[in-house]
Each structure stands twice: as structure tokens, then as C-alpha cells.
Ligand binder design. Sequence first.
Ligand code: EPZ
Length: 420
Amino acid sequence: MDFLKVHGDRKLNGDISISGAKNSALPLISSTILAKNSVEISNVPNVVDIKTFLKLIKMLNGSYEFENNRAIINTSTINNTVANYDIVKTMRASILVLGPLLSRFGQCEVSLPGGCAIGQRPVDLHIKALLQMGAEIDIKGGYIKAIAPNGLTGTTIMFDKITVTGTENIITAATLAKGKTKIINAAKEPEVVQLCLELKNSGVEIEGIGTDELTIIGRDRELIEYKPIKVIPDRIEAGTYLCAGAITNSKITLKNVNSEHISSIISKLSQMNFKLDVLENEVTINPTNKILPTEIVTTEYPGFPTDMQAQFMALATQAEGTSIIEERLFENRFMHSSELNRLGADIHLKGNIATIYGKTELYGADVMATDLRASSALVLAGLIAKGKTNIHRIYHLDRGYENIEKKLNNIGAKIDRLRE
Ligand code: EPZ
């Protein structure tokens, strides 16, 4: 297995180009199941989760080409509607095929995605919503077996909790259903907005885009003629690199970013005494003479994203004072804290509250990645730790960051990818 050797005490300087958003590309790829034509999606990040999802499309007997961040996907040949455990266990976002497969083919079997390191990750809200749309669902042997022999029927769905992939699943299910579906308490993340905009651009009647109440007029299984798509920039990758600039107290400029999508991150860094120059598609972070401690509560968009919590915990170890982080979305998303403490941080946990006492000197050590965003937090800490930090189990990192060591080495980091 690969591991990263991160040489510490580095200053960075230069530009980083942000890739397309993994969490937007995944539902967009899944939504090609609704299309009659071959669909072109550009600015797709070349990361493991994307390659896994494309493999799933192929397992269903769809076809794809993927080169130079451009995917061409044809689902007209799909004749298998079973998303099996082997592929779902490697990527829980596979659950995103449930809605489109069921609404197009009237039946499908999708392996229940297991939990993951950050929490139980149930899909009960996805299932409850599809039952309300007329599906018959049996959960047996670790599989969700769903049928809707006469297709799905639009109705009003009220989500008890805001769920990103739950909202995306119901948007795609509603697209081919009969009649109108209203989703109340819908997720408003930029990736949900892009999915709605691309479907609307291809003729689907959707209202309320960007709000927590969506209305979709179903097409009664009439497939769409999908127009070409360009994936939005990855807001979490962008936030991660801003934190790389912040933690090394360097000047870094992000290119091809959507600054509106990272306004909560920009605001938090400003509160920590960083000065940022913000343009629509370019953001520069500048060095500061003192990093101030912060208080973070993770919440749904447009609030502070849970996917940035680990990165800010690493940064908070360098703040002069005590920072508090409250993780409200996932029940076990603090595992990076013990790894950061191995590097010399002083972080204490009490339930879903982490208290970070700063400023602490960090010293290189062997650490272990536990999930995608925790891995990036360890890279950030390694950049400023004295000596070398070896980060193991970086398959987590490769799921969601395109060429992370290359992008950082291009602006002054020294990160080697080695084999155990
Ligand atoms: C999406 O996961 C993202 N993944 C996650 O990013 C992100 O952390 C999460 O949204 C929150 O923003 C993708 O978009 C592929 P949720 P998702 O359903 O949709 C509970 C990353 O780092 N819930 O919005 O699975 C759930 O337990 C990944 O790229 C239910 O109880 O998250 C959680 O507490 C990690 N029942 C909360 O809702 C359900 O049926 C939010 O989960 C569904 C969710």
C-alpha cells in the first residue's frame, strides 16, 4: 500500500487549480441513467470514487469513456439493475443509483451501503421517500430490493433530516415518475443545485432550485435528451488548499474556484485573522502575524461544512488560544484528533465537542488516515510539523483529491508517495 512522506516546516507560494467537484460529478453520473442519449460530462475529477462509479455503470451494462477529465456515458444498454455489495462496499455513494434505476426500470436491487468510519450513515430517509412514491421495498440479505411495476408516482416528501444524497436520489426518481413531486426540507448544497440546473437545462420541469423546497414535474418514464455538462469546482478541495496556505502561513492563489460556494470557509478564515482577496473564480489567502482561535459548528449548506471540520481542526492547533469545534452531522467524525495528538497537538473530546488548545509545536510521526477528509487534515499538519510525517492508508485520500501531492509540491511542499 502507498503512504505519503510529508517533509515539514515548509513555506508554500503560488497558484493551485481546483478540480471538478467529486460530490457533484457522482450524482450527475448517476443521473445519466435518466437519459436516452450519450452524455458528455467535462471537468470530472480523476479520483477513485469517480472511477468506481463509472465501473458501476459498466456493471449495469452501460458504457463509458473517461479521459482528460471528460466522461462520455451511455446508459441506453443497461439491462442489469443490481448494484452488488462488492462495489457498494467500496463506495457508499453507489446508493445514488437507487432512484434513477427504480424510476426508469421499475425494479432494482442495491446493496445496503455499510456504515463508514465517520458514522452509521443510514439510508432510511431515501427508502421512506421512495415508499411514499409507491415503491415496494424489501430489505433482505443486505440488499434493498425495490419494485415499482407501474412506475413511481409523484407526491409530497418531507425529509425529517436534510440529506444530500437523499435529496439527489428523490430528484432523479421524481424526474421519471408520474405527476408532481414536492420535496420539503431539501438539501441546498451546490452539488444539489447543479443536478437540478442540468436536468432543467435538458427539459425537466423543476422549481425552487437553490431553496429547501423543490417541485419536480415527472415525465412518466419519458427519458431525457441530456445536454453536455461541466462539473462545478470542488468547494471542499478549495477549502482544503486555503487551509494549506493558512497553516503554513503562506500566500496561495486558488484558480477555477467558485468563491460563492466557499463563503462560509472564507468567513471563518477571516475570523481567524487571515486576509483573503476574493474574486468570483479566484481566491488568494495571505500570511498573517497571528492566527486567532475559532468556534465552529458544522451544519448544512450554506453553513460551515462538516467536510471541512478535520482540516480546520489541524489549523486550530496553530491558533494562539482555545478553539471549539462542534460536529453536528456525523456521530464519529473526530478520529483525526487522536492522530493530530500523536503529532503533538492538544485536543480534547467530549461527545461531539472538540476543544483544541493552541498554539502547539507539531513533530513528524507515523499517522494513519481514517477517512477522506481526515487524511487531508494529516497532510496539512505534516506540512508544518518538524521533521517528516508518514501518512498511512492514503487510499482514503485518493478517493476524493486529484493529484494532491503534485498540486502541493508545485507550490513548495515536499511530499513523496512511497510504497510500504
Ligand atoms: C454527503 O453524504 C456527502 N457525500 C458527504 O461527503 C458529506 O459529508 C455529507 O453529504 C454531508 O454534507 C456525497 O455527496 C457523495 P447526508 P450523505 O445524507 O448524502 C443522516 C465526503 O467527504 N441521514 O446529507 O451520505 C446522516 O446519518 C463525503 O466527500 C439519515 O439519518 O450525507 C447524517 O447524520 C463524506 N438517514 C445526516 O443525515 C438517511 O437516510 C446528513 O447525511 C440519510 C442521512
